[in-house]
Design a protein. Structure first.
Lengths: 419, 1160
């Protein structure tokens, strides 16, 4: 018997942080979560699995378009028409979703109850499924504690949406300990909620398959589902399948050896090639982070926009379509800026003053005031972004001053060079 | 820090080079070197020593990169010294003298911790930086903060940088903008969010649509059922309507058939057959009668017919007579023609024979016949004789003509003049021609010369301020252009100053006049009580009060002295109070007048000051004018203004040029004259040699050349004529000899011919002397005679043949007539032949008619048989119909036939009707049953109503169908599509762009804020000391023309620099000349550096040829300034101008200065 275990589909949630630019591969980016889900269904059919288990978070909580649900049901029908069982639980996002409430699943697909844990027996394939859906978003009790006893003679499969004892970056819903899962006596725990693939235990198996499609710069690397083969009532093998259509990567390049910005570009191109290789033929969405103490620092920082464009242009040469999410200039100048800042003369005084400004309320106030107009115009969604700045805060002003210090130095020195 | 020594161990073009700056007291070092001496290398080596050799150094062309070494000894302000060596590399490049690596931090105590960039910016100063600094001042409008910060840091383009940050931030975001990128991204985000809301499908909307669809489907099923039923009913009624006429017809047929009863059926074609038989019987009778009549008539004709059968037996031979008769008639005609030709021929032959020499009868003629070969030979000889005669005649004519030609040529030769040699003359002419048109050249140069002279004189005449010849004008000792320019500038400055003074004077005058008017106006507001007036009033009041008091207290006896005392006192009190009030009220006016008076005084003092400045200026102008006149003294010219004198000098230069050019032209003229004369001499001499003794000695070269060429042409023509005549003579002699030889040969040939001729003509019976023409005539006559004789013989033979044929024809006729026609009439054979042929024709006709009659009789017999058989068949047919119909006679057949026909017709109609009814698909019995009670009209009405009802149902059904289709398509549109999701992705992209641009904008914005803030802060804390020191330097560098630099608020409310001139006029940066602005920048730079070094480690000031645009006094002032600075600091001054070295030596005391000369 073979079954597929997937979770955290987040259908129709957009990929985040990708600002469009000229020559960006926009078409390849469209409907990534949908295409990944189609990949999942295609693979189930190709592999002739008997059961697909979805461990929660099929939708994105705030998303209200019923078309998403229709798409989902349409895809499930492809499986049930072929006699494949589908079992799903609702996760925290699904509980919040308005789509879930109206949707009728096709015959042959079952959803677990929200009020109490249930057992569904699939006699034709010898499987007992145990699970409980979330009835509300913030389930804080240990759902696993009430899960039913295993049924002898069947393959017992527990389905649970949980953060276990807690996972970084994930809300601690339905907390429970691994020990509790192990003592329940099931053959396989199909977990969801944590977006990073993880095999928590091998005897019995406790598995997070990770989400199906990476959605932002922090969800890097291959994404997909876990294919499980059961022989004689126990797990014979596990296989992680890569089903994502857009691969996220973080391309960190140490440019210490670069003598000019052009050197940096060619180093970045090489690094992108390596990432592209790993992505197969998918669109690669990547953040390029330049770091190291480099002779090119001044050249880069005095024209960041230009070099960002150059890097994006270099990405066009790479063998797969690449979307450069952003370029982070995290380099330091070749010469120690502190030598200059501690030195004598007006330039040193100026830089010193910028550095000390973080401790000066008056200056901070002036900085914040200069950004007030923009701060008032930013949409509320902006605040939810990872790299959002609260332009009205002291912290943002201090961070900006630190960046300004790095930027001013090459600008002032290049004044003397270029006149 | 001070650089004590610089060792260029291996660097650029240097190997073991060194510069020592260690001599005590000498702190200003002028390093002089030619262009290629390595000045720039030394400059680079200082910063390379202190901060490291450039990664991509240009100084590794002589020494390998790794071998580069610079050494140096440094001394800091604290008096410590350090000896170091710098190598090229990426780390550990600072070494001690033994090559051991030293930490870079060791140098901090000497450099004060500055970086290379900062060192070069702050302590390096070259011409380019100076000019750029001045330009920055201009572009920044002298804004104090940027001017001071830029000068102190040595930064150029600071103004641009601040503006750039501001503009880049503005390109990203503007508070009320729509174009900037961030504003656009915000809008895009908002629009995309709106699209999402519009496109997203609500779950309840889907549920509603689904319910609607199901209801619509049920309704549709219902209406379709109703429609089907109505339609079936209608169709049933329509069917009845369709079959009703047929059912009725079927009934009628059945009734008629029953009425007719039993009827024997005749064949369908019985009537036609019967009628045919009757017609045959009738026609048959007539035909047989006709045949019988014809038979009898033909028998009679046959008996009467007579045919000549014996004649017809000879038919073939008689028929041939027709052709023979025609030939017989033709031959008779031919024979008479031949007989006449024969007679004429005999006469003609006799005539010919008579002209022959010997035989006379025709029979003898054969003896004269000559064979063909002999005839040909005689004819050849005739032709040959003619040719030989003609040839001899031609030779004789040609010889005669040659003799005559030779004689004429000899006579012409005798008349020709003698021969001359023109070679020498030709050579002289050729040489002269090759030199070109020398005389025209001479005239051209001469004209140019006189034009130049005239121009020079005219220019000299218009050269004002001076009288003399052009040559004298050209050699005047004038002042240099530079001197004139210097005076021009000085005069200009003086005039400018005068203009400023006048303008200030006018301003002050205007101000004064205005002030005075105001004072008058203020004063005219009525007399203003003074303090003294008030005091008087008060004294009077007090005096009266004392009196009243005295009266009241002392009961004084003065009471009577003034009965109006009380009234007076009251008046005095009121008067004093009124005046006090008035003074209080007028206080403001009083203060204004007083202030105006004070200003009036001040203006008058200013005016006096102006007077003094004006007179000082006038004095300066006088001195300037004196100097100007002195400059021109050596020339004796009383100079006008410098600008005009510059023009004057230009014109004088023009005259000098013209004078020089005239002298050159004169030389050219002399040379040309001599050449012309030489050529003339050569030509004249040659002509005289040729005998030309009467030459006109005044002829020019060109005319002389024409005469010589004419002469040469005559000589050449004579020579050609002589040559021609000699050739004619020779040719004529040759011709004569040749022709005589030819003639002798021809005559020999004639002799030979004659012998052959005589032998040949013997058979013609002609004498040996006979001429060829006679022989030819003889041959012709013989030919004619033979021909005529042969012709006569032929005629005779033909006549004999004709006669024989006629005989045979006559005999055949006789034979035929005797055999078949003994009664033939006698006559000529041709008449008898014609008769015989006519009789044959008659016989043939008779025979043909007899054959025709016999054939017709046979045919009649056959026809009569046919007619009998036909009659019998018709009678049989009629008899058989009578039997079938069961009638007694054929007359009754027609009625029987009619009955049979009707029965058949009824049967056929019945079959058709039944067939049609069967097609309706219903049984005949059922149809009959169903239509039993039906009437046509009510049925039609019923169908019409059913039709209407069905249409209504149909419309309703279509309507429901359409509604359902709409519902269905709406529902199908809810297909799980991703348009809302796509809009959401767009919104996410816009949001990402917002985030990106926000960071960028914030960075630019904060950078601009900080930069501005720091620049202003620097200005605030350093403005005082720097400006005060810069004022001193500026005064010195401008040679006292400016006294100070200060700051003030501009129209744009910015704090800006102003330069105060010695005449108290304040100039803004834009009003300064470029040079003065450079000096202002230099002053600010030097002042800022001094200020910096008061608090920090001092550094050597590296100055690279900054004085390129400074004149000597200003250069000297600069050196003095640098010399003064060098009291405390080290200054390295690089130059490749020897003059600057001299100026430095003049301006700087020896104990401070050291000059180094560079040689690479």
């Amino acid at each position: 018997m073979k079954f597929m275990h997937a979770a955290d589909i987040h259908l129709d949630s957009p990929l985040r942080g990708l600002a469009r630019y000229e020559a960006a591969p926009t078409d390849e980016l469209r409907a990534a979560t949908r295409r990944a889900f189609q990949n999942l269904v295609d693979t189930c059919l190709d592999q002739s699995v008997e059961l697909l288990v979805l461990a929660g978070d099929i939708y994105d909580g705030e998303w209200k378009d019923y078309n998403t649900g229709l798409f989902f049901v349409g895809q499930l029908r492809r499986l049930t028409n072929e006699g494949v069982h589908v079992a799903l639980i609702k996760g925290n996002h699904d509980a919040a979703s308005q789509i879930t409430r109206q949707l009728t699943l096709p015959e042959g697909a079952l959803a677990f109850d929200t009020r109490r844990p249930q057992t569904h027996i699939l006699e034709d394939i010898g499987v007992a499924l145990h699970g409980q859906s979330y009835g509300r978003r913030d389930v804080t009790e240990d759902l696993a504690s009430d899960y039913p006893e295993p049924i002898a003679g069947l393959f017992n499969l527990g389905v649970l949406h949980t953060a276990l004892e807690g996972r970084e970056g994930h809300d601690a819903y339905a907390p429970c300990s691994v020990a509790r899962l192990l003592e329940r006596g099931y053959d396989y725990w199909a977990l969801g909620h944590v977006h990073r693939r993880e095999i928590v235990s091998e005897d019995p198996w406790v598995v997070f398959p990770g989400n199906l499609q990476g959605r932002h710069a922090r969800e890097t690397g291959p994404k997909g589902a876990t294919l499980v083969t059961v022989e004689d009532g126990s797990v014979a093998s596990l296989q992680a399948l890569e089903l994502d259509v857009v691969r996220w990567a973080r391309c960190e390049v140490d440019v210490s050896d670069a003598r000019s910005a052009h050197d940096v570009i060619s180093q970045v191109r090489q690094a992108l090639e390596v990432e592209a290789e790993a992505a197969g033929d998918r669109l690669l969405a990547t953040r390029v982070q330049l770091r190291g103490r480099s002779a090119a620092d001044g050249e880069l920082r005095s024209q960041t926009e230009r070099w960002e464009s150059e890097i994006r242009a270099a990405a066009l040469d790479v063998s797969v379509p690449v979307w450069v999410e952003k370029v982070v200039f995290d380099t330091q100048p070749d010469l120690d800026p502190d030598v200059l800042i501690e030195g004598a003369g007006p330039i040193s005084e100026l830089l010193r003053s910028v550095r000390n400004a973080s401790a000066d309320d008056e200056t901070l106030h002036e900085v914040i005031a200069s950004l007030k107009n923009l701060a008032e115009k930013l949409p509320p969604e902006y605040r939810d972004l990872d790299d959002a700045m609260d332009l009205t805060s002291r912290d943002a002003a201090i961070a900006l001053l630190a960046e300004v210090e790095k930027m001013l130095l090459p600008h002032l020195l290049s004044l003397e060079e270029t006149g | 820090m001070r650089l004590q020594e610089l060792k260029l161990v291996r660097f650029g073009p240097f190997t073991d080079g060194e510069l020592l700056f260690s001599e005590p007291g000498k702190r200003i070092h002028v390093i002089y070197g030619d262009n290629e001496a390595g000045k720039s290398t030394v400059l680079r080596s200082i910063s390379a020593l202190l901060f490291g050799i450039d990664e991509r150094t240009q100084d590794a062309h002589l020494h390998a990169t790794n071998d580069l070494r610079i050494g140096g000894t440094l001394e800091n302000d604290a008096g410590d010294t350090l000896r170091v060596v710098r190598r090229k590399g990426r780390k550990d490049t600072l070494l001690d003298l033994d090559g051991g690596a030293l930490p870079e931090s060791l140098l901090h105590a000497y450099t004060g911790g500055i970086t290379k960039d900062v060192f070069e910016a702050m302590f390096g100063l070259d011409h380019e930086r100076l000019v750029a600094g001045g330009r920055d001042l201009l572009e920044g409008h002298g804004e104090v903060g940027q001017a001071l910060f830029g000068a102190a840091a040595g930064l150029r383009g600071l103004h641009d940088l601040v503006a750039r940050f501001q503009s880049e931030a503005g390109d990203l975001f503007k508070n009320a903008g729509s174009k900037p990128r961030l504003n656009q991204a915000l809008r895009h985000h908002q629009e995309a969010r709106k699209s999402v809301r519009k496109l997203a499908l609500k779950p309840s909307a889907w549920a509603t649509a689904k319910r609607g669809l199901e209801e619509g489907r049920a309704e549709l099923v219902q209406i379709q059922q109703t429609y089907r039923e109505a339609r079936a009913h209608l169709e049933q009624r329509q069917l009845l309507k369709a079959v009703l006429p047929d059912v009725r017809e079927h009934e009628a047929i059945q009734a008629r058939r029953a009425e007719l009863g039993e009827v024997p059926l005749l064949p369908e074609d019985a009537r036609d057959h019967r009628r045919n038989a009757e017609r045959i019987l009738k026609e048959n009778l007539t035909r047989r009668e006709k045949l019988s009549d014809e038979e009898q008539r033909l028998h009679a004709e046959h008996v009467a017919l007579d045919v000549p059968d014996p004649l017809l037996a000879l038919e073939a031979r008689i028929a041939e007579l027709a052709g023979a008769r025609a030939i017989h008639l033709k031959a008779a005609t031919d024979r008479s023609g031949l007989a006449s030709k024969l007679n004429a021929g005999v006469i003609a032959l006799d005539e010919l024979l008579r002209r022959l020499p010997l035989p006379k009868s025709p029979e003898e003629i054969e003896a004269l016949r000559i064979d063909t070969a002999s005839q040909a030979r005689i004819r050849d000889l005739i032709r040959e004789g003619d040719q030989l005669e003609a040839k001899a005649a031609a030779s004789r004519d040609s010889a005669r003509e040659a003799t005559a030609r030779a004689k004429k040529a000899e006579e012409d030769l005798r008349d020709l003049p003698p021969t001359l040699d023109g070679t020498a003359l030709a050579s002289a002419v050729k040489t002269a021609r090759r030199a070109g048109d020398l005389e025209a050249n001479h005239r051209g140069v001469s004209a140019e010369l006189s034009a130049k002279r005239q121009t020079a004189e005219l220019r000299t005449a218009t050269l004002t301020l001076w009288g003399g010849t052009p040559e004298a004008a050209a050699s005047l000792p004038l002042p240099l252009d530079a001197t004139i320019e210097r005076f021009e500038q000085d005069f200009g400055d003086a005039a400018e100053t005068a203009r400023l003074l006048a303008s200030r004077r006018h301003k002050l005058d205007d101000e004064l006049a205005e002030l005075r008017e105001e004072i008058v106006a203020l004063e005219s507001g009525g007399s203003i009580p003074t303090a003294r007036d008030l005091n008087e009033k008060r004294e009077r009041r007090d005096g009266l009060w004392a009196t009243i008091r005295g009266v009241w207290l002392d009961g004084a006896a003065q009471a009577q002295s003034s009965p109006t005392l009380a009234g007076d006192y009251q008046d005095a009190v009121r008067s004093a109070d009124t005046l006090g009030d008035q003074m209080f009220a007028e206080h403001k006016r009083v203060a204004q007048i007083e202030e105006h008076r004070a200003r009036e005084n001040r203006i008058q003092r200013n005016l006096q000051g102006l007077e003094q400045e004006t007179s000082a200026l006038n004095q300066r102008k006088d001195q300037l004018a004196d100097a100007w006149r002195q400059a021109w003294e050596p020339t004796g010219v009383a100079p006008s203004f410098p600008r005009e004198m510059r023009a004057w000098k230009a014109q004088q230069q023009n005259v000098a040029t013209l004078v020089g050019e005239s002298a050159a032209l004169e030389d050219q003229l002399d040379t040309l004259g001599a050449t012309i004369e030489t050529h003339r001499q050569a030509c004249s001499q040659s002509l005289v040699t040729l005998g030309e003794n009467e030459l006109d000695p005044s002829l020019g070269l060109a005319a002389l050349l024409d005469v010589a060429e004419a002469r040469l042409a005559v000589i050449e023509a004579n020579r050609e004529r002589r040559d021609h005549l000699s050739e004619v003579l020779t040719t004529a002699a040759e011709t004569r000899t040749q022709r005589n030889g030819e003639l002798a040969q021809t005559e020999e040939s004639i002799e030979d011919w004659r012998t052959r001729w005589e032998q040949s003509i013997a058979p013609l019976h002609l004498p040996a002397t006979a001429r060829p023409s006679e022989a030819e005539a003889m041959l012709e006559l013989l030919d004619q005679s033979f021909t005529k004789h042969a012709e006569l013989n032929a005629h005779r033979e033909r006549i004999r043949h004709i006669d024989a044929d006629n005989q045979a024809f006559a005999e055949e006729i006789e034979a035929l007539a005797g055999e078949a026609c003994p009664d033939l009439l006698p006559g000529t054979p041709d008449i008898r032949a014609a008769d015989l042929l006519a009789r044959l024709e008659g016989g043939r006709s008779g025979r043909t008619r007899r054959e025709e009659i016999l054939a017709r009789l046979d045919a009649i017999t056959a026809e009569q048989g046919d007619a009998e058989r036909e009659r019998a068949a018709a009678e049989t047919t009629l008899a058989s119909y009578v039997e079938i119909a069961g009638v007694e006679s054929p007359d009754l057949l027609e009625a029987a036939e009619s009955r049979s026909q009707e029965v058949r017709s009824l049967e056929s109609r019945r079959v058709h009707v039944e067939e049609r009814l069967r097609r309706s698909g219903r049984r005949l019995e059922d149809l009959v049953e169903a239509t039993r009670e039906i009437e046509e009209d009510p049925l039609n009405r019923e169908i019409e109503e059913l039709n209407k009802a069905l249409t209504v149902t149909e419309d309703l059904r279509d309507q429901k169908n359409q509604q359902f289709a709409n519902l269905q398509s709406d529902f199908e549109a809810m297909d799980g599509g991703a348009t809302a999701a796509a809009a959401n992705e767009t919104a996410e992209e816009a949001l990402a762009e917002i985030a990106h641009l926000t960071s960028e904008y914030a960075l630019k914005q904060v950078a601009a804020v900080m930069l501005n803030r720091e620049i202003q802060r620097f200005a605030q804390s350093n403005q005082g000391p720097i400006l005060s020191r810069a004022s001193q330097l500026f005064q010195r560098l401008t040679l006292g023309r400016y006294t100070s630099i200060s700051s003030t608020f501009s129209a744009r409310d910015e704090m800006i620099l102003v330069c105060n001139r010695v005449d108290k006029v304040a100039a803004e940066v834009q009003q300064l000349s470029d040079g003065t602005r450079d000096q202002l920048y230099l002053s600010l730079r030097l002042a800022a550096l001094e200020h910096h070094m008061q608090a920090n480690e001092s550094m050597p000031l590296i100055v690279d040829d900054v004085l390129l645009t400074f004149d000597d006094p200003r250069s000297r002032a600069t050196f003095e300034t640098l010399g003064a600075m060098a009291n405390t600091r080290q200054v390295l001054f690089f130059t490749h101008h020897r003059r600057l070295v001299e100026l430095a030596e003049e301006a700087i005391p020896k104990e401070f200065l050291e000059v180094h000369e560079l040689r690479a």
